[in-house]
Design a protein around this ligand. Structure first.
Ligand code: CO
Length: 281
């Protein structure tokens, strides 16, 4: 008897109508306005659809600036809140919201708060779960470090530096970047991690490279997409790009314009976090 009851579909909010479980996945990224950088998101979507062929996938961008920019060129991207409202109207009962952010900074916490707000709505979802960003627990750090090391260009010599460019944030989760550098250097002392908008800064990294008498550096974005920051702040021709700053200090640079979501073993970590979210229904 109990088993029969448990097998019944969930009840909708009003009038006791039974409704079938309808699962959905919402992928949430900061977003990018650089068309070429979309290859990162396409790769994630392909892997998610391969892992969960029967669950519809929707997208949302957390950055309003990016959404507005895309809207001007006729591309419409939803915010997570709009995307969830639409999914609610479409009758989804269970939604896994997967954060494609790198660390659990401001954007991730805002997302979590707003997802929680959707949980309290009458006639809304039966269950929404949020999947963690790329780096959330110690195991993620170790997996990310191993995956990034595997993807370093083969021609790089051990005496040459690899400098990863993270985004960085004033949020305390910024500490992940320095923690990651520690783990990298346990395995390969010439791998460095800096950030554009947090710490360590490029000045810190430059001093470390000079102290080690590094002759050459590979610059690699540590962001899901190789977008504006990678193209301009990392590899641009302006005086204040990382390439220019290090070159001026006598360290020629080879920029690699590939986002982390283009590396399959990094995407696997996000997909595992999504699986974890789906398993919590
Ligand atoms: Co930025």
């Amino acid at each position: 008897m109990l088993a029969t009851l448990m097998a019944l579909p969930a009840l909708a909010g009003g009038h006791g109508h039974k409704r079938e479980m309808k699962k959905g996945i919402l992928l949430v990224a900061f977003g990018t306005s650089v068309p070429r950088a979309q290859v990162s998101f396409k790769n994630i979507e392909k892997k998610v659809k391969t892992a969960y062929p029967d669950i519809p996938v929707r997208w949302a961008y957390t950055s309003k600036i990016i959404r507005d920019k895309l809207a001007k060129s006729g591309q419409h991207l939803d915010s997570p809140e709009t995307a969830l409202a639409k999914m609610m109207d479409e009758g989804f009962t269970h939604v896994a919201v997967q954060s494609l952010h790198t660390i659990a900074g401001e954007e991730f916490h805002d997302l979590q708060r707003n997802v929680h707000a959707f949980m309290g709505m009458a006639g809304g979802f039966d269950n929404i779960q949020v999947g963690n960003p790329l780096l959330s627990v110690q195991k993620d750090l170790e997996r990310v470090v191993a995956a990034m090391i595997k993807n370093i260009p083969k021609e790089r010599k051990k005496s040459e530096a690899v400098v990863l460019m993270g985004h960085g944030t004033p949020h305390p989760a910024n500490a992940f970047y320095a923690a990651m550098m520690f783990h990298f250097q346990q395995q390969d002392p010439n791998i460095f991690v800096g950030t554009v908008e947090g710490t360590p800064e490029i000045g810190d990294i430059k001093s470390m490279l000079l102290a080690k008498k590094i002759q050459k550096a590979y610059l690699i974005p540590f962001m899901s997409v190789a977008g504006d920051h990678a193209m301009n702040d990392m590899a641009g021709e302006e005086d204040d790009s990382w390439k220019s700053i290090l070159s001026a200090a006598g360290i020629p640079c080879i920029p690699i314009l590939k986002g982390t979501a283009e590396y399959d073993d990094i995407v696997d970590i996000w997909v595992d976090h999504l699986s974890d979210a789906l398993s919590r229904f």
